[in-house]
Design a protein around this ligand. Structure first.
Ligand SMILES: [Zn+2]
Length: 138
């Protein structure tokens, strides 16, 4: 683990289910019961049609690397170099995260590569969803 403490998210009533999910090893998203739109981050209404009939479900945890930057300067709680990435989930939403389990280089971090979620407990309350290269991909 890197030294220092990274800034941690604080669960709110809107995000509590999400953080309970990551602690349980599940990536949870919300889907609109009216228009079927799947979205992230969590909010109590559909960002597309404003319906309040929304449900939580367990996402597959799979996605593709959509975009990233590699940071070479150390930051609290991070060991440089490290990636800050946007993963586009199989279900549609995009999630800001870190890619782990591979070299933090442009050669290893290929856009559109398949990634899958891995859970990193940071504190009693917070387990971060990070992503690693998916196994058994051609
Ligand atoms: Zn909707």
């Amino acid at each position: 683990m890197a030294e220092g403490t990274r800034p941690l998210p604080v669960p709110t009533p809107e995000t509590r289910h999400f953080w309970e999910g990551t602690s349980a090893g599940e990536l949870r998203l919300q889907r609109c019961d009216d228009c079927r739109h799947t979205y992230f981050p969590p909010r109590p209404f559909c960002p597309k049609c404003a319906s309040r009939k929304v449900s939580w479900f367990r996402a597959s945890g799979r996605g593709v690397l959509w975009s990233y930057v590699i940071h070479h300067r150390p930051a609290p709680g991070f060991q440089a170099p490290y990636s800050i990435a946007v993963v586009k989930l199989e279900e549609g939403p995009q999630l800001m995260t870190n890619i782990v389990g591979c070299a933090q280089t442009p050669e290893a971090l290929q856009l559109d590569m398949q990634v899958e979620v891995t859970f990193s407990p940071i504190s009693d309350q917070i387990t971060l969803p990070l992503f690693k290269p998916a196994e058994a991909q051609s």
